[in-house]
Structure formats: C-alpha cells, structure tokens
Design a protein around this ligand. Structure first.
Ligand code: AMP
Length: 542
C-alpha cells in the first residue's frame, strides 16, 4: 500500500519561496569590489532574482544549460545561485584561483553558455577567451559606473542586464531530480571532475545541515560563510541560511583579510561563521595582536582540512566561541560529519573531551559511513583500526559529470572518499590521512595529519606538513616541514621534543626542515603533491 501524502518536489525554488514569504525582511549584507557594505533584504534579493531570470531567458538559453560563475561571496553571486537554478539552468560555480588551464578545461567540459564574473577577474578571462569554446555571453558583476574597459566580446554589465527586465517571473515546475548546480573538484591529479547536484540533494542536505546537532542554524542567527560559494555551495550555506531565515553576511573579496573579517563580524553581529582552519588561524592571530573582540560570535564550523586543537582551544578559552570540526567533500555536498557532542560529553575529563574535539565527528542523519581494508572487508568501529572511508546517502555523488562512475564507487555502490579514517564505538570518525598521503613505513601506516596536528601544537609553529620520503629500509619515513612564526627562533630539537610522548615512538619524523612558506592548492589545502615533488630527492639523515 502506498502512502497518501503529497508529492511536492524538493526544489531550491521552494527554499526561495519560503525565505521570501517568511523571512523577507531579513538582511543580506555584502562586501563587494564596488561597495564596501551593500545591504538589502531577502525580499529585495528575490525581486532582483526574478529580473535576472527574465534576463537569462532573453539570452536564449535552453533548459539545463550551464551558466558559469567566477565570483567571491557577495549578493550578486547569491542572486545567480537562485536565478539560474530555479529558472531550470545549472549554476556552475568555478574557483577563480585554479590554474588557467584548469579553468578553461572546466568551462569547456561543462559547455558553459554564459560566464558571470567579478570585475577583478576580467584580465584572467581576457587571457583565456580564445580557449573558451562554448561561451556566448560574458557578464561582469558590477554596475555601469564600475564597468572596466575590456576586450571580451560583447561584455555585458550585470546591473544593466537585469535592470530593464520585469520583476515578475513564472518559475517553472521542476522535477526535484533535475540538476541544479555543478562544481568541479580541484583534483590534485588528473583533470578536474564535475559533481552535478540536484535540487533534491541540495534541499535534503540543507535540512540536515540546519539540524541542532549539525550546524544548528536558526532564524535568529547571523551567519558568515568565509568558505567560498565556489566550493561546494559554500558548504550548502547558500541554501541553509535562507531556509532558516538567518541574516546573511558575505565578505566578498575580503575573505582572506583577517582585519576586514573581524570588523565585519563585530559590526554585523555575526553569531556563526564557517571556514577552513587557515582562515581562523589568521583571524586569531589578528585578534591576539590587536586585542579586538568578537562579542557576538557563538560558534564556528571548521572543515576542509584537519582543524588543530590549538585553534579550537584559543577560540573557546579566549573568545568563548565553540568550534565544531566538520568533514566533507565536494562530492558529498559537502556535509558528511560534524563533531557535535553527545549526551555524555559534559561528564568527560578534559583530555577525553579534547580527544573527541579532534575528531571529524559523526555522520549527520542521511549519510552512512564505513571503513574497509584493501579487500573491501569492513573494519571495526574501535577507534583504532584504519580503513578506507566510504560514504553513501542522498546528497552523495553517484558519479561524475560525463564520466563513468565505476572508478569512484565500490562494487556495492558506496562512494570511495580517498580518505583513511578510524571510527570509534560512539560513531565518531577521525581522518588519519588521504589514501595517497598516508606514510607506509615498514608495511605499517603513519598518519601524516596526526603528526601535523601535534607539530602545530608547538606555540612557535605557524604551519606544518608531513610527507613520506623514500627510505632504504622502511620504504618511507616521515619528513616534517615547518613554517615557524616570523619572530621565532625555533630548532629541530625543540619541535621534536614537543612531539615526543604525544605520538608512538616509531611515528617520530626522521627529519625537520624549516621553510618560509608551504605550498597550498587552489582550495587552501596543503599541496602534498607539490611538497612531494620538491622533496623527491631528499635524503634523510642516517
Ligand atoms: P574538497 O572536495 O575539495 O572539499 O576536499 C575534500 C577533502 O578534504 C576530503 O576528502 C578530506 O581529505 C579533506 N577534508 C575535508 N574536511 C576535513 C577535515 N575536517 N579534516 C581533514 N580533512 C578534511
């Protein structure tokens, strides 16, 4: 017997309608290159979204055409998210920090018909234009007064494009399984791969993200995603924030400027912010230097790479801010796990609490995790056994755009994350490495991430990375690469002394090198690939 409930499609349009009807007077505040503090309401935003949808129709686009964006987090990018997806096109967010060849590969692979981009990116696109085969329209996200000179063919000005159009638009009835958005993974090897989200996957992911033990968002919050809109829909926050009706604060081109971020957070009363550890490290250093306070901030969600306990401790102890560690991937929309406390957390001793906080967390309802060995045998949830981490759920990619899915999924259809992890008896998962970064020493695995976490706990270490280098006896041994604080007088022995006793003896790095800078990928993660290239001929001390 089938249930007799309505089959209302789960579409992004429904999030927009809800936010408009219920939270119309809530503000969206943005920094943009042409306005240091733009503010308007959801009602005004969606009025412009309807004008945009009419403008897109007039550009002669077909349903499901891909429309690329290269833009920072601001209100025009927000409008594109809704105008494009709700009108039945696919919003293809592109990371402007990728290599130029990657950008042209991605645009051509997706067959983007239009590109909408920040004015600051005009030179980038002028350099690429000859290679962009499918693009018919170039639209610069600015107004007439700030329109730059450009050789881009027929370049349009966003404000002029939408201005003359009606603010009435009859949104199409979309199938919830239709593609809404597309995001390519940065991919450290091979060509970038496209993850094609559906309306349904984004709506379900937003429900899960908003849950109290997830990101715990509510109408009274003021939320600032530092995580870029071109990275897995700003961790889905572009949908979750309007869904709950929180005030939306967008840092635009200032996301990498700790001073500007602190001012924005304090000035707009931000209660929750989300970003990668590097962002918080910079912000905390700025706060320590200036003595500035973040009076309204209650919590941060930190993910993208492992968050050192030192960041969480400083947030909690100096600023009264709780930090929640999260793990996910572009392929998982991205929320997989969040480290929120279970009922017995408060009764734990300090060290036990710290051990929980360091983990990436437990799966939110909707996704399931497992860890397996090389023979696809499931490993126990004892917090000790390592295994390849696999995930499944309605917001996990079932394949890559235009690619065969077999390479990323196991024979049972679980998605292979490429991460190595443990899961403890309470269901908390801890990433110990990327499959290709784990250091295989004498047949045993050493977690590069754990070594990095311990090393950055040294007060004079600004950043640390660990890679495996060749060893005649053990195959590979860990090399620790450290960026010391600018005014520090740090020695190898001091770093190793700090690590001793905190990790197994045989995990101790065989050597430490000091550098001014560690290379990062376009999404801000440590580039182990680059480091391995740099140190491929490195000889460890005897
Ligand atoms: P991306 O698809 O670019 O978001 O990258 C996803 C990858 O980032 C994951 O597979 C992990 O390797 C890594 N990652 C994400 N969050 C964390 C975290 N909290 N701790 C460690 N690694 C993480």
């Amino acid at each position: 017997m089938r249930g007799q409930m309505m089959n209302q499609p789960l579409t992004i349009t429904s999030i927009m309608r809800h936010a408009d009807a219920q939270h119309g007077s809530r503000e969206i505040v943005s920094v943009t290159h042409d306005n240091p503090r733009h503010r308007y309401t959801y009602t005004e935003a969606f009025r412009r979204v309807r004008k945009l949808a009419n403008a897109l129709s007039d550009l002669g686009l077909k349903p499901s055409d891909r429309i690329g964006t290269l833009a920072w987090n601001d209100y025009r990018h927000f409008e594109l998210y809704y105008g494009v997806s709700c009108a039945g096109y696919v919003c293809h967010t592109i990371n402007p920090r990728l290599f130029e060849e990657q950008i042209s590969f991605i645009v051509n692979h997706a067959e983007d018909r239009c590109l909408f981009f920040d004015a600051a990116l005009v030179p980038l696109l002028e350099g690429l234009v000859e290679q962009l085969e499918s693009v018919r329209h170039f639209v610069i996200l600015t107004d007439r007064d700030h329109m730059p000179e450009t050789s881009l063919p027929g370049a349009l000005c966003y404000e002029e494009l939408i201005e003359s159009h009606s603010d009435g638009f009859d949104w199409p009835d979309l199938d919830e399984h239709e593609a809404s958005s597309l995001c390519y993974t940065s991919g450290t090897t091979g060509d970038p791969k496209g993850v094609l989200y559906s309306h349904r996957s984004n709506v379900l992911h937003s429900y899960a993200a908003a849950l109290p033990d997830s990101m715990g968002l509510r109408a009274g919050d003021t939320v600032l995603p530092v995580v870029p809109m071109f990275h897995a829909n700003a961790w889905g926050l572009n949908y979750t924030i309007p869904m709950v009706g929180a005030k939306f604060v967008l840092p635009g081109p200032e996301s990498g400027n700790p001073g500007a971020l602190a001012e924005l957070m304090q000035g707009e009363g931000v209660t929750m912010a989300a970003g990668v550890p590097t962002v918080w490290l910079g912000l905390l250093q700025h706060l320590a230097k200036t003595g500035q306070r973040l009076d309204t901030l209650e919590r941060t969600v930190v993910g993208g790479s492992a968050c050192p306990l030192s960041i969480m401790d400083e947030f909690r102890e100096k600023h009264g801010v709780e930090t929640f560690h999260a793990w996910g991937m572009t392929e998982t929309s991205p929320l997989g796990t969040l480290c929120t406390p279970k009922s017995d957390f408060d009764s734990l001793a300090h060290d036990a609490k710290q051990a929980v906080r360091a983990k990436q967390g437990r799966p939110v309802y909707g996704v399931e995790l497992k860890i397996t060995d090389d023979n696809n045998i499931e490993q126990p949830w004892d917090g000790q056994a390592f295994g390849s981490l696999k995930i499944r759920g309605p917001w996990v990619a079932d394949g890559y755009y235009k690619l065969d899915k077999s390479s990323a999924h196991d024979s049972d259809g679980w998605f292979e994350t490429g991460d190595v992890a443990t899961i403890d008896p309470d269901g908390y998962m801890q990433i110990t490495d990327r499959t290709k970064d784990v250091i295989k020493s004498g047949g045993e695995w050493i977690s590069s991430i754990e070594l990095e976490n311990v090393a950055v706990g040294h007060p004079q270490v600004a950043e640390a990375a660990v890679i495996g280098v060749q060893h005649p006896k053990w195959a590979e041994r860990p090399l620790l690469i450290v960026v010391p604080d600018s005014d520090a007088d740090l020695t190898k022995e001091a770093v190793l002394d700090h690590m001793r006793g905190k990790i197994a003896k045989w995990w101790m790095p065989d050597d430490v090198v000091f550098v001014d800078e560690i290379p990062h990928t376009a999404t801000g993660k440590i580039s182990k690939l680059k480091l391995r290239e740099m140190y491929q001929d490195y000889t460890l001390p005897a």
